[in-house]
Ligand binder design. Structure first.
Ligand SMILES: Cc1cc2nc3c(=O)[nH]c(=O)nc-3n(C[C@H](O)[C@H](O)[C@H](O)COP(=O)(O)O)c2cc1C
Length: 176
């Protein structure tokens, strides 16, 4: 099975990117991973969404198409998802209802420095993905709260979170 990891955070020391890395390690060798870069995707503009698209958009769409499923880890920015992630989804969402996102099974994760864990952003992401016909794994939100205390140098060191992540990823893979 081939999964595509998409982090909603662009920063180097991102807790969400670290969470994706932790998901990769618990998934084991039955899965291969590709990683999406969304930092070089221009702001969505329908005028440049024609036959010829920006190379970064072509790359993302091909990566999504080639994947059996997606794993998105998103930060919460002002109770929502970061603009960069929304922008990437907008690009990938065309043509409407027939895009590479349609029927692509997806797992949502979040990590936040707050005690809420990014759960509000997850709600918004689910709503956005409903608009792209992207089925989200039906499970209670996996939201890592006060995440700065659960990672050390980019490694998930909180054993409880690690065990729960292992269970979630196994269940997700079985669902896919
Ligand atoms: C612009 C901005 C807005 C934020 N808003 C929220 C928020 O609404 N809720 C929350 O839990 N954390 C919020 N945070 C804190 C993030 O949870 C924290 O920066 C987190 O580490 C970001 O994810 P990352 O480590 O993957 O970059 C915000 C951070 C930034 C930079």
């Amino acid at each position: 099975m081939k999964l595509l990891a998409i982090s909603g955070s662009l920063r180097k020391e991102s807790l969400n990117t670290s969470l994706l890395n932790a998901a990769k390690s618990v998934a084991g060798d039955k899965v291969t991973w590709d990683t999406a870069a969304i930092d070089d995707i221009p702001l969505y503009n329908q005028d440049i969404d024609g036959e010829q698209k920006p190379a970064s958009v072509d790359r993302l769409k091909k990566q999504i198409e080639a994947a059996d499923a997606l794993v998105i880890a998103t930060p919460e920015y002002n109770y929502s998802i970061p603009g960069g992630l929304k922008n990437a989804i907008d690009w990938a969402s065309r043509p409407a209802y027939k895009s590479v996102l349609a029927h692509k099974k997806t797992l949502i994760l979040s990590a936040s420095m707050s005690p809420m864990g990014g759960v509000r952003a997850q709600g918004q992401l689910k709503q956005i993905l409903a608009g792209t016909l992207t089925p989200v794994f039906p499970a209670p939100e996996f939201a890592v709260a006060t995440a700065q205390n659960k990672f050390t140098n980019g490694e998930l060191t909180d054993t409880d979170t690690q065990q729960k992540l292992q269970r979630l990823v196994n269940d997700f893979l079985a669902w896919v």
